[in-house]
Ligand binder design. Structure first.
Ligand code: CUA
Length: 330
């Protein structure tokens, strides 16, 4: 990364969000700068023009001007609305992960970032992603508040214990970028950093298969998150109650991901990753209507990695006609 200056004021623009964020920032800076200069110049001009002079001791009263009133009401209104619409536009872009995004899971803990790819590879303080692909990172914290921040992508979100957060990006430039924790989280907060490797799709595939052989995942061998989840689903006897045809003591989980769930109190909830996670750990909190609160908590029994794999398995189960995953909940 060669630059003219020995330092850089702005981090590189390496995602589709980066130029959008920067344009908005530059516009806001320009507007603020313009207003500051305008006000300063007017103060100077008026203090000279209307200074106290002999024979000019009393001001002339102005009895209002509709034109002026309308102008200084409407012009700022238009400017602020324009700013609002632009800002909202960038905001919605930044916080709406495209449905086709490549997903992966992350966990922040004192003091490291752990990532887990759907195909099972794990990494610590490193994150390998392909260039030109929508990528969504679903993450949480194992202990205290952390904050996942990738300046070059202009993405940043808190890792909150007990629930999932998500960021998404589409990296536009191959390279290595900083990854930070941006929330003070204890003694080694400053060391909770890492590198994002943006790779050509081919290199990324190569990395995935070589990482599959790496020692990080020896405990389970590298099997996909979904397969790991399927094993756990059996091991933890989830299928005893969550029978796929819905005849069990718990609701069928086939195709549950992304659906609208009616709760016991009549309200509805979107069955996203966060709801599935909460239901595994604490099903009593938002129980599905028509079912008894008999599911035990799995808090302390399953790890964050287990949760990610269980959720991926549940996501993979689809109603019969689609035959997407052909995964039987047995
Ligand atoms: Cu984790 Cu600061």
């Amino acid at each position: 990364m060669s630059r003219l200056l020995p330092f850089s004021i702005f981090p590189p623009q390496a995602s589709t969000l980066a130029p959008r964020t920067d344009h908005l920032l530059f516009y806001l800076l320009a507007m603020s700068g313009l207003m500051s200069v305008l006000i300063a110049a007017l103060i100077f001009y008026f203090s000279v023009r209307y200074r106290r002079r002999p024979g000019n001791e009393r001001a002339t009263q102005v009895d209002g001007s509709n034109r002026l009133e309308i102008a200084w009401s409407v012009v700022p209104l238009v400017i602020f609305l324009f700013t609002y619409v632009w800002g909202a536009n960038v905001f919605f872009f930044a916080y709406t992960p495209p449905p086709d995004a490549l997903e992966l899971y992350g966990v922040g803990k004192q003091w490291m970032w752990k990532f887990q790819h759907l195909s099972g590879q794990r990494e610590i303080n490193e994150l390998h992603v392909p260039v030109g692909r929508n990528v969504k990172v679903i993450f949480t914290s194992e202990d205290v508040l952390h904050d996942l921040f990738i300046p070059a992508f202009r993405v940043k979100a808190d890792a909150v214990p007990g629930r999932y957060s998500a960021i998404w990006f589409n990296a536009t430039r191959v390279g290595e970028y900083h990854l930070f924790c941006a929330e003070y989280c204890g003694t080694n907060h400053s060391g909770m950093i890492g590198t994002v490797y943006v790779m050509q799709p081919n290199d990324y595939q190569t990395w995935l298969s070589s990482a599959a052989n790496a020692s990080l995942s020896t405990t389970t061998g590298v099997s996909s998150l979904r397969t790991q989840g399927e094993h756990l689903f059996t091991q933890l006897s989830c299928a005893t109650c969550h029978v796929s045809d819905g005849s069990g003591k718990g609701p069928s989980l086939v195709g549950v991901y992304g659906s609208k769930i009616t709760l016991a109190d009549g309200s509805t909830v979107n069955a996203d990753e966060d709801y599935l996670r909460e239901s595994i750990l604490n099903s009593q909190r938002r129980t599905v209507a028509g079912y008894q609160q008999i599911m035990p908590t799995f808090q302390g029994i399953v790890t964050e990695e287990d949760l990610a794999s269980l959720i991926e398995y549940i996501k993979s189960t689809q109603p019969a006609p689609k035959q997407v995953a052909a995964a039987e909940a047995k």
